[in-house]
Design a protein around this ligand. Structure first.
Ligand SMILES: NC(=O)c1ccc[n+]([C@@H]2O[C@H](COP(=O)([O-])OP(=O)(O)OC[C@H]3O[C@@H](n4cnc5c(N)ncnc54)[C@H](OP(=O)(O)O)[C@@H]3O)[C@@H](O)[C@H]2O)c1
Length: 292
């Protein structure tokens, strides 16, 4: 990434998808305390989407920053848009759909800036590929938002190579971040060419649900993680994140827990390194099949 201020210089990004479900963090003062604690630990990146909590995730975050304005210059935000939830579709269909039209994206960027109360969305991602995307118009909307300083960089999430390449061809600026579902619970992108394609195209990988939403702790994989983590004297979650970070290109995990104790343990285990054979042994357990 050319602009150093856009680099994910953290052991993990803090995912905000579950923020609006948290009773403890529903109060802006308590959320401001929580944010300050994270920032003091060096955890500066927060991953939002307009749909999280039907917009209330971004609203809560913005209220906390308003409570403690000194935090504003310390936080870095990623947010995403293009998914329209049924409840927010004013048409007679009330249907979930994607919208990458220039007018929709322009309004979505302004609305996220206003809800979060920040000067810039450091990374703005298209949340899902839209089969009706008008490449030229979408590309121009993203370029214009960068040129206007509203977003630091544009990126994508859940796109296939030909989908992002079509968009990239229309853009002046480079697509920077790429958020994909990648974990021990979902290692497929390492074998179907997706991960290599995004590295080849110079995108920065962000791994969403890096613990499979908690599913890596279940069944055979869960037992293997427990056993190996005990042996190494580390936590199971720390080991699962170390498995991800061992992948060339250093995908940055976007984790979901908001619990202080878990976050502190994971931050401490950030430098944990695993060797090649441990990596493959975990892969075998994850896929329940021998490496070919
Ligand atoms: N781009 C996309 O399309 C997309 C899609 C989904 C998510 N995301 C992003 O990815 C983020 C993370 O998603 P996720 O919540 O599914 O991620 P995750 O980190 O894989 O899973 C979090 C879940 O694991 C549980 N967990 C159990 N033991 C844990 C431990 N020891 N340490 C940490 N967590 C533990 C957490 O429980 P507790 O909460 O009780 O700690 C939580 O329910 C979201 O917040 C969002 O920002 C992006």
């Amino acid at each position: 990434m050319s602009d150093a201020s856009l680099t994910f210089d953290v052991p993990f990004v803090l995912g905000m998808m579950r923020l609006s479900d948290s009773y403890e963090l529903s109060d802006p003062v308590r959320l401001a305390d929580w944010l300050e604690a994270r920032l003091d630990e060096g955890l500066t990146w927060f991953d939002h989407a307009d749909i999280y909590g039907k917009r209330s995730g971004e609203i809560l975050f913005g209220q906390a920053l308003k409570q403690r304005p000194a935090l504003k210059s310390r936080v870095k935000v990623v947010t995403k848009a293009d998914i329209v939830l049924p409840a927010l579709d004013s048409s007679r269909f009330g249907v979930k759909h994607y919208d990458t039209s220039a007018s929709y994206l322009g309004s979505a960027i302004d609305a996220s800036l206003s809800r979060l109360g920040v000067e810039r969305l450091d990374h703005f991602l298209l949340h899902r590929p839209d089969p009706l995307m008008d490449v030229e118009a979408t590309a121009r909307a993203l370029d214009d938002a960068i040129d206007a300083g509203k977003i630091g960089a544009a990126g994508v999430s859940n796109f296939l190579p030909e989908q992002w390449r079509r968009l990239q061809r229309g853009m002046q600026h480079r697509l920077e971040a790429h958020q994909l579902q990648l974990s021990l619970a979902r290692p497929a992108p390492l074998f179907d060419g997706l991960f290599d394609a995004l590295l080849n195209d110079g995108q920065t990988p962000m791994a969403w649900s890096p613990l499979g939403g908690g599913s890596v702790f279940e069944d055979i994989l869960g037992s293997a993680l427990t056993h190996l983590a005990q042996e190494a004297g580390v936590s199971r979650a720390g080991l699962a994140l170390a498995w991800l970070r061992r992948i060339p290109g250093n995908p940055v995990p976007v984790i979901g827990t908001l619990k202080d104790k878990r976050l502190r343990a994971l931050a401490q285990e950030g430098p944990l390194n695993i060797d090649r054979v441990t990596w493959f042994a975990l892969l075998e357990e994850a896929r329940s099949q021998r490496v070919a």
